[in-house]
Design a protein around this ligand. Structure first.
Ligand SMILES: [Ca+2]
Length: 489
C-alpha cells in the first residue's frame, strides 16, 4: 500500500505547484510593507524639497517608487484619518469622527489589512496604525483604539517619550521657562541620552525587522507605525547636530494682517500666540521636529535593510505616508487639525517592484490605499469601499483619477470644517451650511494661502460652484452600504 501511495501523492503535490505557479503568473502575490509616520508634513522631507532636513531612507523609497505631490488625508487628525483609510470609508460615511476604531461603525466588513488576512496573508501591525494616544498610550505600551480583527498579530512599542533622560524643554505655554519637560499633547523637545532603542520608534523598527525575517517566505501585510515626529519631539542626541543651533532655522513668512480674512474656525487650535511661543521657541520647535523626523527616517532605513537582507525587495510593495500633515509656523499656526495645505496634504510614496520611478501630480487620497493595494496584489477590490484605484497612475503618472480631494476637520460630530482641493483651488467651508464662513485660495497664484478670495465679487460664482460641489460630494459619500442615517445639520 505504502509504495503505491507515494507516486499518487507526488502527482498531487506537483499538480498543486503547477496550479500555484499559474495563479502567480496572473497576479504576483506581493508582500505589502506599509510604513506610516505620525504628524509628518511632506514639507519636512528632503525628497519633497526640504533643504535642511535629511531623510535619505524615505528618499530612497521615492527614488524607486511613485511620489505623489498632491495626496490628502481624509481627516486632519490621527483617529478619524486612520479609521478612514483602514476601513475604506470617508468619516462622513462611517461617522467615525473621534479617536476610535472604525469597527463599531462598519460591522463585519473587512478593513484594509483584514481583506489581506482573509486572502491568506500574514497580517501584523507594529505600533500605531489605528489611533493610539501619543505620548499616553506609548508610555503605557497599550493598544490604543485598535481593531483586533485587522491583524493576526500585533505589537506595541513602549517608550519613555517626554520622560526620556536628557535635556528637555517645554516650549508651549512656558514663557518664564519654569516648567520642566511635561507630558500630554504639548510642544516639548528632548535631546535624549542613549541610543535609538531607548525610544518607541527604535523598538518598532527592531520588531518589524524580526517579523520580516520570520515571515519572508509567506505573503505578508506588515503595518509599521512610527510615532515621530508627533510631539513630544524626542530623539537621541546624535540626531540633533544638523538642526542646531536652533536660531539658524528660517520660519515661514509672516504676513501682516494674515488672520484678518480667515474665519474664526480657520484660526488653528495651536498658534504662536496661544502657545506663547516667542521666535526662539518657534525656531527650536522646528529644529526639534526635524531632528525627530531624521530619527524616524533612520528607523525606516533599518526596515528597508531587512527587506534587502531577506532577498524579498523584488516581491514587496513599499508604501510610505503619514496620517495628516502639520503646520510648522505657517500663518503662525502649529500642528494639525487646520484644513490649510500644510495640514491636509500628506507625503505619499508607493514603490512597486519593476515599475519605473515617477512623480505623480494627480490628486490622491489616503482612502485610495485600500483599493490600490488590493488591485496591485491581485485581490478583489471590495465594491463597498470608497477610495479610487491609483494603480494605473503607477504605470502612467500623467493620468488623473479624481477631480478633487476631500478632507475634513471632523470636530463637532463632523460639522466643523470641510476642504475641497482641486488642481487650481482650495475651498474650505465651516459648517455644512457654510454658516461659519469659508475660504477660497488660488493655489497657482497664492500657494501659501495668504489671500482669502471669499467675499470678493469676482469670485462669487467660483465660491457658489464649490459650495454645490461640496454638497454633492457629501451626498455621494453618504450614499453607501453602511445603513447609517444621516441627519442634515
Ligand atoms: Ca497623527
Amino acid at each position: 500500500m505504502k509504495k503505491s501511495c507515494l507516486p499518487l501523492f507526488a502527482f498531487l503535490f506537483l499538480g498543486l505547484i503547477s496550479f500555484s505557479n499559474t495563479a502567480q503568473a496572473a497576479a504576483p502575490q506581493y508582500n505589502v510593507l506599509f510604513i506610516i509616520s505620525d504628524d509628518l508634513t511632506s514639507t519636512a522631507l528632503s525628497c519633497y524639497g526640504n533643504k535642511v532636513c535629511q531623510t535619505p531612507n524615505i528618499d530612497s523609497i521615492a527614488a524607486k517608487g511613485t511620489r505623489f505631490t498632491h495626496a490628502y488625508c481624509q481627516a486632519t487628525y490621527c483617529g478619524p484619518s486612520r479609521a478612514s483609510f483602514m476601513s475604506g470609508y470617508y468619516p462622513h460615511a462611517s461617522k467615525a469622527f473621534g479617536y476610535v476604531s472604525p469597527r463599531s461603525y462598519i460591522g463585519d466588513r473587512a478593513t484594509w489589512s483584514q481583506h489581506f488576512k482573509n486572502n491568506g496573508y500574514y497580517t501584523a501591525r507594529v505600533s500605531k496604525i489605528y489611533h493610539m494616544g501619543v505620548p499616553g498610550d506609548i508610555e503605557k505600551g497599550s493598544n490604543g483604539t485598535d481593531d483586533p480583527a485587522s491583524w493576526a498579530e500585533r505589537f506595541n512599542s513602549q517608550g519613555p517619550e517626554w520622560k526620556a533622560p536628557g535635556d528637555g524643554e517645554t516650549l508651549e505655554n512656558n514663557p518664564d521657562g519654569k516648567k520642566p519637560a511635561v507630558g500630554g499633547n504639548t510642544f516639548v523637545v528632548v535631546e535624549a541620552d542613549g541610543d535609538d532603542l531607548v525610544h518607541s520608534d527604535g523598538k518598532t523598527a527592531k520588531k518589524a525587522v524580526e517579523l520580516i525575517e520570520t515571515h519572508k517566505d509567506e505573503p505578508f501585510f506588515l503595518g509599521v507605525g512610527f510615532v515621530r515626529p508627533h510631539v513630544p519631539f524626542v530623539a537621541p542626541r546624535s540626531y540633533y547636530p544638523p538642526y542646531k543651533p536652533y536660531s539658524k532655522h528660517v520660519l515661514p513668512e509672516k504676513y501682516p494682517g494674515d488672520w484678518d480674512d480667515i474665519p474664526k474656525f480657520g484660526i488653528n487650535y495651536k498658534t504662536s500666540v496661544n502657545m506663547k511661543m516667542d521666535l526662539r521657541r518657534q525656531k527650536k520647535a522646528v529644529g526639534g521636529y526635524l531632528a525627530s523626523v531624521a530619527y524616524m527616517d533612520a528607523q525606516v532605513g533599518k526596515v528597508l535593510d531587512a527587506l534587502k537582507r531577506a532577498g524579498i525587495e523584488d516581491k514587496t510593495i513599499v508604501i510610505f505616508t503619514s496620517d495628516h500633515g502639520y503646520h510648522l509656523g505657517e500663518h503662525d499656526f502649529w500642528a494639525k487639525v487646520s484644513l490649510h495645505e500644510e495640514s491636509a496634504k500628506v507625503p505619499l510614496i508607493i514603490s512597486v517592484p519593476g515599475k519605473k520611478p515617477a512623480v505623480c501630480d494627480s490628486l490622491a487620497e489616503l482612502l485610495d490605499l485600500y483599493p490600490t493595494l488590493s488591485s496591485l496584489c491581485g485581490l478583489k477590490v471590495p465594491e463597498n469601499i470608497q477610495g479610487k484605484n491609483l494603480a494605473p497612475l503607477l504605470d502612467n503618472p500623467s493620468l488623473r483619477v479624481r477631480d478633487a480631494a476631500f478632507s475634513v476637520d471632523p470636530r463637532g460630530k463632523g460639522n466643523r470644517g470641510f476642504l475641497l482641493r482641486d488642481d487650481r483651488w482650495a475651498y474650505i467651508q465651516y459648517k455644512e451650511d457654510a454658516s461659519a464662513g469659508a475660504e477660497l485660495y488660488d493655489m497657482e497664484k497664492d500657494p501659501q494661502q495668504f489671500t482669502n478670495l471669499v467675499g470678493k465679487p469676482e469670485y462669487a460664482l467660483t465660491v457658489a460652484v464649490f459650495q454645490e460641489r461640496l454638497a454633492a460630494k457629501l451626498k455621494d459619500i453618504r450614499t453607501n452600504d453602511l445603513g447609517h442615517s444621516y441627519t442634515q445639520k
